[in-house]
Ligand binder design. Structure first.
Ligand code: MN
Length: 487
């Protein structure tokens, strides 16, 4: 990994000025991390360089590469975010700040709250670019996990499988998802991993011969029908996705038809359907296994035609057909939209380009937020107008935007709400009407002798639960007062 290689990757996409900024970021990071070593013994800069290289391979814009190079500076060196802002601008500093914030989110193995934790991750990142840089960072951390103690290995691996990979999946970045999963799998579940490795070793070689034969037959037929095949190849299922599928099928490998599949990339949609017809004329399709994700894409945008056939040598084989555009989309998801080269070709002026980029971002974020599947059944506004805070035990609680410690207290328990005395947020005593922010750690100090909630709280509470309970008490105290007078 060298800065030369990085520059070569982006050379034809970036302006000379952009290249200069990337080089300056590398220089700055090298100095800032000088003398620091990773657990592997490698110098620290190799980590930031590897992170930036992953982003460069995805052909992302310069500010993301620069943020990749600088991402660990505020946390791990004496240099500040302010300096980054001065040297590289507010946009880069914003991405780096987001990454630093995300490092506070840690998966502690509590299934109950895992979906909340994912939402918190996205909510705190605020900017999709932050998430992608964080993924690239994590990917390199996974490749050097071997150097860490076993308990850390497992925590980071599980966090990757439970938080990072599902988010990558929902963003439709299949390539990153698969890489994150397969690297983490080995550390999270070592025995299961060897089992899968074994299964693949035993079952793939036989299949491969069949696949080669069928690829030849299909290519010939496509040629005869004058359909241009951009690419055709056999593809093995990723380890972790095979593992998860096996768990759904009682660990029975004979039920898995897509251990290896034939992927066919065609020029356009019409050719995809034509090729599907040809495949079905060559081999008999398995009933109920034709899936048209072109007409009905998956929620994350994935598009392809899938079919399973009784192929050569009595083998059952899956085909996946897609257009070139869909192929790029499936691997890089939203990153494909952002392909820097494309946006440069479309817009000549740099300012226009930046605007388009920000608009893309906003549109995408809206899409994610509007997509109910992203939240697995939860309501849209649950995410859009929600904040996510921690209990001192690390549980993630979601509250409406603008919620206060009193709302938090009532969310935990009515009794805690009623007896709230003070609140400590991130180890600091704060007033009860303070608005909570994403990622705050909230602790409520109660007074068990307290008679009930303060009616003044009604002026600032956000949740209905809090308001109702405070109102009940207020009315009750009035009633008590009146009945006292009556006596
Ligand atoms: Mn890092």
């Amino acid at each position: 990994m060298t800065i030369r290689k990085l520059i070569n990757t982006v050379n034809d996409q970036y302006t000379p000025a952009d290249i200069q900024r990337v080089e300056a970021a590398f220089e700055f990071a090298s100095q800032a991390h000088a003398g620091q070593k990773r657990a592997t013994g490698a110098s620290y800069i190799e980590h930031t360089l590897a992170t930036a290289q992953t982003l460069a391979d995805l052909k992302l814009p310069p500010n993301m590469i620069i943020a990749g190079l600088l991402h660990d500076i505020p946390e791990d060196t004496k240099h500040t975010l302010e300096e980054i802002k001065e040297k590289f601008g507010a946009d880069v500093a914003g991405i780096v700040e987001g990454i630093t914030k995300l490092s506070n989110i840690k998966y502690r193995g509590m299934d109950r709250y895992v979906e909340n934790l994912r939402k918190m991750f996205v909510a705190m990142a605020e900017d999709i670019r932050v998430i992608i840089v964080k993924f690239a960072d994590r990917l390199h951390n996974l490749t050097t996990l071997y150097a860490l103690p076993a308990n850390k290995q497992r925590r980071i691996a599980l966090e990757t499988l439970e938080i990072y990979a599902p988010i990558a999946n929902r963003l439709g970045i299949g390539e990153l998802q698969a890489q994150l999963e397969d690297t983490a799998f080995k550390y999270a579940y070592p025995e299961e991993y060897s089992w899968i490795e074994q299964l693949i070793k035993q079952n793939t070689p036989g299949k491969k011969k069949t696949l080669d034969l069928m690829i030849k037959q299909l290519s010939d037929q496509l040629g005869l029908e004058k359909i241009t095949c951009v690419e055709i190849y056999g593809r093995s299922k990723h380890y972790y996705s095979l593992y998860r599928k096996l768990l759904r099928f009682n660990r029975d490998i004979s039920k898995i038809y897509d251990l290896v599949a034939i992927r066919v990339i065609l020029k356009n949609i019409a050719d995809c359907y034509a090729a599907l017809g040809i495949i079905h004329s060559l081999w008999k399709p398995v009933k109920g296994r034709i899936k048209d994700y072109i007409a009905q894409p998956k929620p994350n945008g994935y598009q392809s035609l899938h079919t399973t056939v009784f192929g050569a040598n009595q083998e059952i084989v899956e085909f996946q057909l897609r257009s070139q555009t869909m192929h790029e989309q499936a691997d890089f998801g939203i990153a494909a939209h952002w392909n820097y080269k494309e946006s440069v070709q479309k817009k000549s002026e740099k300012s226009k380009k930046e605007v388009a980029w920000v608009q893309d971002l906003a549109r995408w974020l809206k899409e994610v937020r509007d997509n109910e599947n992203f939240l697995e059944g939860a309501k849209i506004d649950v995410f859009q107008n929600r904040i996510f805070v921690f209990t001192p035990q690390g549980d993630v609680i979601d509250l409406p935007d603008g919620a206060t410690p009193v709302d938090f207290a009532y969310h935990i328990h009515t009794d805690i709400g009623n007896k709230t005395e003070r609140a400590i947020v991130n180890n600091t005593l704060i007033s009860l009407d303070t608005k909570l922010k994403n990622g705050d750690v909230v602790e409520i100090i109660t007074d068990k002798n307290r008679k009930g909630p303060n009616p003044e709280w009604l002026k600032f509470v956000k949740t209905r639960t809090a308001r109702q309970h405070i109102a009940i008490h207020k009315n009750q105290s009035w009633r008590n007062l009146i009945s006292k007078f009556k006596k």
